[in-house]
Design a protein around this ligand. Structure first.
Ligand code: FRU
Length: 545
């Protein structure tokens, strides 16, 4: 009989253990350096997986799941230690001053966005050790005003046998004192990289330190591939529903629905969304909420046909009306885009203390990592928070009112073909109404600018970021509008523009990288009155030493 700490010693100490896996009830431990292993270690076989030795043991009788969690905690401690340096921000002129960006490494989806015990909690998918998609962590931020965010200790790391290759996305629930995080555990087994997926739970009594309870759904339902993830939990009648993005074995994106009375035991209900037909090969990051008496489901369908030839990437975002029947089966209809820009994916929503439905999204896309900020060691950011409302069955999105807390004194100016306005910096909230036929240029300097052109003949708004420092991704987007004039509310930061069109009926979110001093506004054609609030910086969402 040996304890976990004996095992750690025999394996060459905490720093030598990089992963634990448990495929088919076999203990597999990955180490850094085989030469540090003690001779006293019980017999094992070794396989090299992606350059690292993985040791497979015949499972010692007494080494149960409690011991596995203990070993996971040892690995987590080490992972948290190694991530300390990455929580110090890398200097970069493209760093946003009021959006959430990662100190270093790669940020993707917002996670666990929730109001709990008087504070807002926002987590995000984070790989601290480079601008690549590797084993994901949950970084943790808190806020009292939804604008200024404080860095908290890392919430979850890929330390355990059920999430060793990524603590993937999920949502949170506030249950009295307890904050519950539901997420997807991602593991890859052997050199064949077999994907194993479980839906997991971690809980916290102080909102800061989380204890993993392991998988609450350990197996796949019938008819899906291991691509099933991103749990969203909602209360429905007298029970709970869990929604998951899923891929069927015939490679169609669908929603998997589970139900539970106690949030611990989950019963599979159905795969939903057949009425959408062939609608992509995978759906990710579902959400579900009620607004104005209707249910809306949010999904990220991958591989659907684009509405515009200018949109060439497979990752889409959108929402549909949702109907739930007495058996908790969901029917979807009237799919629409949430955002028509370049960089918007994997959004999730919360209900504020005063009952508003607020959305946070990832300002980035799954396949793009080569952006100018990558040169400085960080990539991607979160969108500004948006308040949702519904009008005639369609979602309307506008910036949350709390942004006004960052306002400096209002500036007003009129521009026409002859004039341009130099601003002191790129952080501002601007409102303008434009006529068809006009072209507005932002973040402009010499040859650099982002263009918003209103094409009169086709009644199309064209967003073009060709003349920026962009290295990959699409450069043009288009949206057809029917209004007589076009009103724009534009949120700007060092490397982003979020354009809310006609009172939030359409939104176009875009990362734009230009020189630090490319801060002019030009109106190439037309005449318009501008109202601009320069924005103060929000508190930095990382450890600043
Ligand atoms: C969406 C996504 C999720 C997954 C996470 C992994 O961007 O692919 O489906 O849980 O990212 O980081």
């Amino acid at each position: 009989m040996f304890s976990v700490s004996d095992l750690v010693t025999m394996l060459g100490g905490q720093a030598n253990i990089t992963r634990v896996l448990y495929p088919n009830k076999q203990l597999v431990i990955e180490v850094d350096d085989l030469s540090l292993i003690h001779d006293s270690l019980p017999s094992y076989s070794v396989e090299e997986v992606l350059g690292k030795p993985q040791l497979t043991f015949s499972m010692p009788e007494h080494f149960d799941e409690m011991r596995l969690l203990e070993l996971g905690a040892v690995i987590a401690e080490q992972q948290k230690r190694l991530a300390v340096d990455a929580s110090q921000p890398a200097a970069c002129e493209h760093r946003p001053t009021w959006h959430v960006s990662p100190p270093r490494g790669l940020l993707n989806d917002p996670n666990g966005f929730i109001y709990h015990q008087g504070q807002y909690h926002l987590f995000y998918q984070w790989y601290p050790h480079g601008c690549v998609h590797k084993d994901k962590y949950w970084a943790h931020l808190t806020s009292r005003d939804l604008v200024n965010w404080d860095w908290q200790p890392l919430a979850l790391t890929p330390s355990d046998w059920f999430d060793s290759h990524g603590v993937f996305s999920g949502h949170a629930l506030s249950q009295g004192e307890q904050l519950m995080l539901f997420y997807t555990g991602n593991t890859r087994i052997g050199n064949q990289r077999d994907r194993h997926t479980t839906q997991c739970l971690a809980v916290s009594d102080d909102g800061i330190h989380f204890k993993k309870l392991g998988p609450v759904i350990p197996d796949l339902p019938e008819g899906v591939t291991p691509h099933i993830r991103d749990p969203k939990i909602v209360r429905h009648g007298d029970h709970w529903l869990m929604l998951l993005g899923a891929q069927t074995t015939d490679l169609k994106g669908r929603l998997a629905v589970y139900r539970s009375q106690d949030l611990l035991k989950w019963e599979f209900v159905a795969l939903c969304g057949d009425e959408m037909g062939d609608f992509g090969y995978m759906w990710e990051c579902p959400d579900l909420f009620e607004l104005g008496g209707e249910y809306f489901a949010v999904v990220g369908p991958q591989g659907i046909e684009s509405e515009s030839a200018l949109h060439t990437i497979p990752h889409h975002n959108g929402y549909a009306k949702a109907q739930l029947d007495a058996e908790d089966k969901m029917t979807l209809s009237e799919f629409g885009n949430l955002d028509r820009g370049f960089d918007f994916y994997a959004p999730q929503t919360l209900l504020t203390a005063d009952g508003r439905r607020i959305l946070s999204g990832w300002m980035g896309l799954p396949d793009e990592i080569d952006h100018p900020s990558t040169d400085n060691g960080w990539v991607h950011q979160l969108t500004a928070l948006r308040e949702l409302s519904s009008k005639a069955g369609r979602l309307i999105q506008m910036p949350i009112a709390e942004i006004e807390g960052l306002y400096q004194d209002k500036q007003r100016f009129t521009l026409d073909n002859e004039r341009y306005q130099q601003l002191n910096n790129k952080a501002f909230d601007m409102s303008v109404e434009l006529d068809w036929g006009s072209e507005l240029r932002l973040h402009a300097k010499d040859e650099q600018f982002v263009s918003i052109r209103l094409d009169e003949a086709t009644r199309t708004l064209l967003l073009d970021r060709t003349h920026t420092l962009i290295r990959e991704g699409d450069t043009k987007r288009e949206v057809t509008l029917t209004s007589d004039k076009v009103s724009l509310r534009i949120l700007s930061d060092e490397s982003s523009l979020e354009i809310f069109v006609n009172g939030g009926e359409q939104v176009l979110t875009s990362r734009v990288f230009t020189d630090k001093d490319a801060a002019a506004i030009e109106l190439v054609d037309g005449l318009a009155n501008f109202e601009v609030f320069p924005l103060n910086a929000a508190s930095a969402p990382f450890v600043v030493s």
